[in-house]
Design a protein around this ligand. Structure first.
Ligand code: FES
Length: 107
């Protein structure tokens, strides 16, 4: 099983193919997902620090292109299915923004 490491917090194994946003949330880590995992809000964004993630599909590429000055390793965790070990930083948290995390994305 792949291992997800959330920078400075926790490392945990996840079932291959699980959405990264759900893997992080199910590990008890605060991560936002305002649009419910539909590649619309970008609140689920993570910085991929190391490891392998699948390349972005069209919906993710198009949505991230509308944001200014994003590094190429910023990705939408709702659009990533974990297949290999990956090390990420969670960039938007409900506990920081004071906004509810949003509807849980579908599996
Ligand atoms: S873009 Fe909204 S939850 Fe991922």
């Amino acid at each position: 099983m792949p291992t997800v490491t959330v920078d400075g917090e926790k490392a945990f194994e996840v079932e291959a193919g699980k959405k990264l946003v759900l893997a992080i949330e199910d590990a008890g880590i605060d991560i936002m997902h305002k649009c419910g995992g539909n590649a619309r809000c970008t609140t689920c964004r993570v910085e991929v620090l190391a490891g392998e993630v699948p390349p972005p599909e069209a919906a993710e590429t198009e949505r991230l292109a509308r944001e200014a000055d994003l590094a190429p390793n910023i990705r939408l965790s709702c659009q990533i299915r974990v297949e290999d070990d990956v090390w990420v930083a969670v960039l938007q948290r409900s506990s920081v923004t004071g906004v509810p995390a949003g509807t849980r994305p579908q599996d």
